[in-house]
Design a protein around this ligand. Structure first.
Ligand code: ADE
Ligand code: ZN
Length: 345
């Protein structure tokens, strides 16, 4: 990467909003806006324990990961039909396109739905149809990553994998999410070994609230190719060297970390520390409907709070495509588009 000419701080938001980017860490169920939750609840005759959109939004005052997950799983209970899953993903992909996202790798949590009697086919077919529409109508390249819920058993994860096998071609990888502390990666060693045999890409949430030991286990036991969050890694210098040497991307979600009280304020976020250590860090929205912003909002607010530079913006955009699971030729073409954007700004 060349040096970018210095850009006045007042032009940074415009630079960040318009730059081509990939989003690699977002849970599609976390893109359900309160308005859509209410619309789907009505369409499906599902009761939700909130009287209005405003009351639901007021409940979004989280103190940690679990306090968020309780509301997030309740929100997802309005999803029943293939059309529901399509509409949710389509709404997100339109917002992603507006944020100049060229590639979106979306997580979904099938166990949240199959446990309520929704078929795997309903979930995957609806999400996949939205991905096809995004390519055709928005020019956004979208892909799906199936996440196992780590608060459930490995046996449940195996059963979920079995149910997903007919849809193997519609998935690029598998991940691990939900309540982190008390559910270390080792709990899922065998199911991830099976996923690797199937040729699926491997990612895992680690080091969001959990200790560096969970990041080590995600790498060494699950063979994760990317770490989701990973912000606790700065507590372990040997782990930082490993992540840098092996160029393991971290999909960082600053507004999520702020809303779940991982950092007391954005100014204290360690994204700059990760970049300065040479790590392949990226910026992502996690659960944008719950955490106060889509990916561009994450970029703009984090840069304003921490003083990151235009050079670091280019690094983050370049990292996002380098870290994606798209074909090498696509990644190269996108990285050239990023270069052209920064050279022409
Ligand atoms: N599921 C949705 N968002 C999550 C997060 N930030 N951490 C773990 N599991 C999640
Ligand atoms: Zn996440």
């Amino acid at each position: 990467m060349m040096n970018v000419k210095p850009i006045p701080a007042e032009h940074l938001p415009e630079l960040l909003r318009g730059m081509p980017k990939a989003e690699l860490h977002m849970h599609i169920e976390g893109s359900l806006e309160p308005e859509l939750i209410f619309a789907l609840a009505q369409r499906n005759g599902v009761a939700i324990p909130y009287a209005s959109v405003e009351e639901l939004r007021r409940a979004y005052a989280f103190t940690n990961l679990q306090s968020f997950l309780d509301i997030y799983y309740a929100g997802a209970s309005v999803l029943l039909t293939e059309q529901d899953f399509h509409d949710m993903a389509w709404a997100y992909l339109q917002r992603a396109a507006a944020d100049h996202v060229l590639r979106a790798e979306m997580f979904f949590d099938p166990q949240t739905h199959t446990a309520r009697g929704v078929a795997m086919a309903t979930v995957v077919d609806g999400l996949h149809r939205a991905c096809q529409d995004a390519k055709a109508k928005l020019g956004v390249d979208a892909a799906l990553i199936l996440c196992f819920l780590r608060h459930l058993s490995e046996e449940d994860a195996f059963e979920t994998l079995e149910q997903a096998l007919p849809y193997r071609d519609k998935l690029i990888g598998v991940g691990l999410d939900s309540s982190e502390v008390g559910h270390p990666p080792e709990k899922f060693a065998r199911v991830f070994a099976r996923c690797r045999e199937l040729g699926l890409h491997i990612v895992a949430h680690a080091g969001e609230e959990g200790p560096p030991a969970y990041v080590w286990a995600a790498l060494d036991v699950l063979k994760a190719e990317r770490i989701d969050h990973g912000v606790q890694s700065t507590r372990d210098p040997a782990l930082m060297r490993r992540l840098a040497q092996d160029r393991i991307p971290l999909t960082v979600c600053p507004l999520s970390n702020l809303k779940l009280c991982v950092f007391p304020d954005l100014a204290q976020h360690n994204l700059g520390v990760l970049l300065d250590a040479g790590l392949v860090a990226t910026v992502n929205s996690d659960d944008p409907a719950y955490f106060g912003g889509y990916v561009n909002e994450n970029f703009v607010q984090t840069f304003a709070a921490t003083g990151l530079t235009a050079q670091q913006a280019w690094q983050l955009a370049d990292n996002s495509f380098a870290a994606s699971f798209a074909p090498a030729a696509d990644k190269q073409a996108w990285r050239e588009r990023v270069r052209a954007y920064f050279e022409g700004f």
